[in-house]
Design a protein around this ligand. Sequence first.
Ligand SMILES: [Zn+2]
Length: 155
Amino acid sequence: MLGITHLLFAAILAFLLVNIFSFSHPILFFLLFCFAALLPDIDHPGSMLGRRLWPLSSVISFFFGHRGFLHSIFVPLAFFLLGWYFHAFWIGLALAGGYIAHLVTDMLTLSGVKPYWIGPRIRGFMRTGGFLEAVFFFLLLVFFVWLVVFKNTLI
Ligand SMILES: [Zn+2]
Protein backbone atom coordinates (compact mmCIF):
# COMPACT_ATOMS: atom_id res chain seq x y z
CA MET A 1 0.00 0.00 0.00
CA LEU A 2 1.27 3.48 -0.83
CA GLY A 3 2.38 5.84 1.92
CA ILE A 4 -0.25 8.40 0.98
CA THR A 5 -3.06 5.82 1.41
CA HIS A 6 -1.67 4.78 4.81
CA LEU A 7 -1.57 8.44 5.76
CA LEU A 8 -5.13 9.15 4.70
CA PHE A 9 -6.56 6.07 6.42
CA ALA A 10 -4.71 7.00 9.62
CA ALA A 11 -5.84 10.62 9.34
CA ILE A 12 -9.48 9.46 9.24
CA LEU A 13 -9.07 7.24 12.31
CA ALA A 14 -7.15 9.90 14.23
CA PHE A 15 -9.72 12.54 13.28
CA LEU A 16 -12.55 10.32 14.53
CA LEU A 17 -10.70 9.60 17.79
CA VAL A 18 -9.91 13.23 18.61
CA ASN A 19 -13.47 14.28 17.80
CA ILE A 20 -15.16 11.50 19.78
CA PHE A 21 -12.85 11.45 22.81
CA SER A 22 -11.39 14.50 24.47
CA PHE A 23 -7.62 14.17 24.52
CA SER A 24 -5.58 16.86 26.22
CA HIS A 25 -3.51 17.50 23.07
CA PRO A 26 -5.73 16.68 20.07
CA ILE A 27 -3.51 18.19 17.37
CA LEU A 28 -0.40 16.45 18.70
CA PHE A 29 -2.35 13.19 19.03
CA PHE A 30 -3.47 13.55 15.39
CA LEU A 31 0.06 14.26 14.12
CA LEU A 32 1.68 11.42 16.10
CA PHE A 33 -1.00 9.00 14.95
CA CYS A 34 -0.41 9.93 11.27
CA PHE A 35 3.37 9.80 11.67
CA ALA A 36 3.16 6.33 13.25
CA ALA A 37 1.16 5.15 10.24
CA LEU A 38 4.28 5.66 8.09
CA LEU A 39 6.73 4.08 10.56
CA PRO A 40 6.39 0.35 9.67
CA ASP A 41 7.62 0.95 6.12
CA ILE A 42 10.97 2.10 7.48
CA ASP A 43 11.86 -1.52 6.62
CA HIS A 44 11.52 -0.67 2.92
CA PRO A 45 14.09 1.72 1.31
CA GLY A 46 11.63 2.65 -1.47
CA SER A 47 8.82 3.73 0.88
CA MET A 48 7.79 7.30 1.73
CA LEU A 49 9.69 7.25 5.03
CA GLY A 50 12.37 4.80 3.84
CA ARG A 51 13.49 7.13 1.05
CA ARG A 52 13.96 9.96 3.53
CA LEU A 53 15.77 7.78 6.04
CA TRP A 54 18.10 6.03 3.63
CA PRO A 55 20.61 4.38 4.31
CA LEU A 56 19.03 3.52 7.69
CA SER A 57 16.05 1.96 5.91
CA SER A 58 18.37 -0.30 3.87
CA VAL A 59 20.09 -1.51 7.03
CA ILE A 60 16.73 -2.18 8.72
CA SER A 61 15.49 -3.93 5.58
CA PHE A 62 18.59 -6.15 5.57
CA PHE A 63 18.09 -7.27 9.17
CA PHE A 64 14.32 -7.42 9.44
CA GLY A 65 13.15 -7.80 5.83
CA HIS A 66 10.18 -5.92 4.36
CA ARG A 67 6.94 -6.74 6.17
CA GLY A 68 8.82 -8.83 8.70
CA PHE A 69 9.04 -8.12 12.42
CA LEU A 70 8.37 -4.39 11.95
CA HIS A 71 5.01 -5.30 10.42
CA SER A 72 3.94 -7.32 13.47
CA ILE A 73 1.65 -6.44 16.35
CA PHE A 74 4.60 -6.49 18.78
CA VAL A 75 5.89 -3.03 17.83
CA PRO A 76 2.61 -1.16 18.51
CA LEU A 77 2.18 -3.25 21.66
CA ALA A 78 5.58 -1.99 22.82
CA PHE A 79 4.57 1.63 22.05
CA PHE A 80 1.39 1.18 24.04
CA LEU A 81 3.15 -0.37 27.04
CA LEU A 82 5.94 2.25 27.00
CA GLY A 83 3.37 5.06 26.94
CA TRP A 84 1.52 3.47 29.82
CA TYR A 85 4.71 2.86 31.80
CA PHE A 86 6.01 6.41 31.36
CA HIS A 87 2.62 7.95 32.21
CA ALA A 88 2.23 9.24 28.65
CA PHE A 89 -0.74 7.04 27.85
CA TRP A 90 -2.07 9.19 25.00
CA ILE A 91 1.34 9.28 23.25
CA GLY A 92 1.58 5.48 23.41
CA LEU A 93 -2.00 5.22 22.21
CA ALA A 94 -1.38 7.57 19.26
CA LEU A 95 1.78 5.73 18.17
CA ALA A 96 0.25 2.27 18.63
CA GLY A 97 -2.98 3.31 16.89
CA GLY A 98 -1.27 4.79 13.85
CA TYR A 99 1.02 1.79 13.60
CA ILE A 100 -1.92 -0.63 13.74
CA ALA A 101 -3.76 1.45 11.13
CA HIS A 102 -0.79 0.82 8.82
CA LEU A 103 -0.82 -2.94 9.49
CA VAL A 104 -4.58 -3.15 8.87
CA THR A 105 -4.31 -1.37 5.50
CA ASP A 106 -1.37 -3.57 4.49
CA MET A 107 -3.60 -6.58 5.21
CA LEU A 108 -5.79 -5.46 2.31
CA THR A 109 -2.94 -5.96 -0.15
CA LEU A 110 -1.93 -9.11 -2.02
CA SER A 111 1.35 -9.49 -0.12
CA GLY A 112 -0.45 -9.10 3.22
CA VAL A 113 1.02 -9.03 6.72
CA LYS A 114 1.97 -11.61 9.34
CA PRO A 115 0.56 -9.90 12.45
CA TYR A 116 2.28 -12.32 14.84
CA TRP A 117 5.56 -12.23 12.86
CA ILE A 118 5.64 -16.00 12.63
CA GLY A 119 2.37 -17.66 11.80
CA PRO A 120 -0.37 -17.07 9.28
CA ARG A 121 -0.25 -14.24 6.77
CA ILE A 122 -3.39 -12.16 6.37
CA ARG A 123 -3.78 -10.86 2.84
CA GLY A 124 -6.34 -9.09 0.70
CA PHE A 125 -6.83 -8.47 -2.98
CA MET A 126 -5.35 -5.02 -3.62
CA ARG A 127 -2.18 -4.49 -5.59
CA THR A 128 -0.01 -1.72 -4.11
CA GLY A 129 -0.46 1.34 -6.29
CA GLY A 130 -3.02 -0.49 -8.44
CA PHE A 131 -6.51 0.43 -9.59
CA LEU A 132 -8.29 -0.91 -6.50
CA GLU A 133 -6.02 1.09 -4.23
CA ALA A 134 -6.80 4.20 -6.27
CA VAL A 135 -10.54 3.54 -5.79
CA PHE A 136 -9.98 2.88 -2.07
CA PHE A 137 -7.98 6.11 -1.77
CA PHE A 138 -10.67 8.11 -3.54
CA LEU A 139 -13.43 6.74 -1.28
CA LEU A 140 -11.34 7.52 1.80
CA LEU A 141 -10.71 11.02 0.52
CA VAL A 142 -14.42 11.69 0.00
CA PHE A 143 -15.16 10.37 3.50
CA PHE A 144 -12.35 12.45 5.04
CA VAL A 145 -13.54 15.66 3.39
CA TRP A 146 -17.08 14.93 4.56
CA LEU A 147 -15.83 14.36 8.11
CA VAL A 148 -13.80 17.56 8.19
CA VAL A 149 -16.61 19.68 6.74
CA PHE A 150 -19.57 18.26 8.66
CA LYS A 151 -18.28 16.45 11.75
CA ASN A 152 -15.48 18.63 12.95
CA THR A 153 -15.87 19.52 16.62
CA LEU A 154 -12.40 21.05 16.92
CA ILE A 155 -12.90 24.28 14.97
ZN1 LIG B 1 3.79 -1.58 5.15
